[in-house]
Design a protein around this ligand. Structure first.
Ligand code: TUI
Length: 316
């Protein structure tokens, strides 16, 4: 049986978090993951606080208030302040943050007894968050889907572990037991996965999105948005290819920005390949079947356990 300090800290069976995927990680998916013994996370994305409150209610109802779950706050959202206040008010078990520095909210979350677990993409942010009172860190490498940093998980995780005493979760490039075991060998105490949950039975994305992930191979993703300073990894679709070309054309930054407006929603809700942005990580090529979230979690955790049990073969 896998065990880690995150299991006792958060009351989990396996030390696996579900990533806070905007428009995707709703109360139903979060509850399925939490009911599977891991940490489900409701993503606030760019949504206002009343949407997030509704999803917290759904997760609470589906977990019967008996399992912990978290809320992910996307710090670039115009509603970040109100969602941050909502989390404090509702005293959610865990807040994870992405795409920025959550320092200004830390005191209010700590006063509410919330465990704050920021996503970091650099050792500088890892040090800052350790000093600011985080309970753990998620070191997310550039293999991940969505907003990405420059450093790969293989390089980032041990470097983050070296600058903090906090438990570290690895994210980016993790979809099976081998990768989970490797992350633990790098010094992580757990992992966060996103892409693998895109095809979970409880995941709300449009069937076109699921099909695109199921058909993906190792070269199926592309990073766009570097010109505007927000690199984002997504599946190669007509939209992503057009956007990539536009970045290197004469069009203005404003026009480029406008091309991306509403693109996540169009992918998730409409399955629109021409105008939608299908965020996914480099592991999309490993996701081969639709399954209930709890089955995914068991498969990854038991797979990691098997690999770890066999690890002694490498030592004479
Ligand atoms: O945040 C993510 N993944 C995301 S956010 C998102 S929504 C979005 N849409 C369009 C453009 C940009 C975002 C889709 N996917 N992952 C966690 C993450 N956080 N990755 C990188 C970071 C990060 C970046 C900068 C964390 C801290 C940071 O610090 C900035 C600073 O203030 O120094």
């Amino acid at each position: 049986m896998l065990n880690s300090c995150l299991c006792s800290m958060l009351g989990l069976r396996y030390p696996i978090f579900q990533g806070g995927m905007a428009w995707i990680a709703d109360g139903r998916l979060a509850a399925a993951v939490s009911n599977g013994g891991c940490l489900g996370i409701v993503a606030a994305g760019n949504a206002p606080a009343d949407y997030v409150a509704g999803q917290i209610d759904i997760a609470m109802e589906l977990t019967k208030g008996e399992k912990p779950f978290g809320v992910n706050i996307m710090l670039m959202s115009p509603f970040a302040d109100e969602v941050a206040a909502l989390c404090a008010e509702r005293k959610v078990a865990v807040v994870t943050t992405g795409a920025g520095n959550p320092a200004k909210y830390m005191d209010s979350w700590q006063a509410a007894g919330i465990k704050v677990i920021p996503v970091v993409a650099s050792t500088a942010m890892a040090k800052l968050m350790s000093r600011a009172g985080a309970s753990a860190l998620i070191a997310e490498g550039g293999e991940s889907g969505g907003h990405v940093g420059d450093t790969s998980t293989m390089a980032l995780v041990p470097q983050v572990c070296d600058v903090t005493e906090l438990p570290v979760l690895a994210a980016g490039g993790i979809a099976d037991g081998r990768q989970m075991a490797a992350a633990l060998m790098l010094g992580a105490c757990g992992v966060q996965m996103g892409t693998r949950f895109l095809v979970a039975e409880e995941c709300c994305v449009h069937q076109n999105y699921k099909d695109k992930v199921l058909k993906a191979n190792d070269l199926a993703t592309i990073v766009t948005g570097k010109r505007l300073g927000h690199p984002v990894r997504s599946l190669k679709t007509p939209f992503a290819r057009d956007y990539f070309k536009a970045e290197y054309s004469q069009i203005s930054d404003e026009e480029l920005e406008n091309m991306g407006v509403g693109a996540l929603r169009k992918a998730v809700q409409e399955g629109n390949l021409q105008e939608g942005c299908f965020l996914a990580g480099q592991v999309a090529g490993m996701v081969k079947k639709a399954q209930p979230a709890a089955e995914i979690l068991r498969e990854v955790a038991e797979g990691a356990e098997d690999v770890l049990k066999g690890a002694a073969q490498w030592v004479k």
